[in-house]
Design a protein around this ligand. Structure first.
Ligand SMILES: [Zn+2]
Ligand SMILES: [Zn+2]
Length: 130
């Protein structure tokens, strides 16, 4: 049983709106104070909302239909799990690395958000550059 972070009351499961469905497995609401507490999807929790390069963090990725024979494949359990999950294959041209990612921008508004995040990410990378 989940408890409210505010008043320790009992949480009940409530319907999610569209954006919440993308991000959370479930949404809970407190019966007493109506505090809402999301249950995030594991990949939203660990990796963010959109396919993103695990090395440099860019959202500017190329989706590959087949595995590239020259560029290396990302190693590690997260990549392996996503491959087993049937994730799409992506390629980062900056790092020349391939990896699997289950996240998909499914709606136009999500794509716009991803584009905004790309410009924000590029700015952040610029300030980090040596
Ligand atoms: Zn509460
Ligand atoms: Zn990269």
């Amino acid at each position: 049983m989940l408890h409210c972070p505010t008043c320790q009351g009992r949480l009940r499961r409530v319907h999610r709106n569209f954006a919440e469905k993308l991000l959370y497995v479930a949404m809970y609401e407190c019966g007493k104070c109506h505090t809402r507490k999301p249950d995030p999807r594991w990949y939203a929790l660990y990796l963010g909302d959109y396919p993103r390069c695990p090395r440099c963090g860019t959202y500017r990725l190329t989706r590959l239909a087949t595995r590239d024979k020259i560029d290396q494949m990302l190693k590690g359990p997260v990549n392996w799990v996503q491959f087993m999950w049937g994730a799409d294959l992506y390629h980062c041209r900056y790092c020349r690395v391939q990896f699997y990612d289950v996240r998909k921008p499914v709606a136009p508004e999500v794509r716009e958000k991803a584009a905004a995040a790309v410009s924000m990410g590029a700015a952040a990378q610029g300030s980090e550059a040596e």
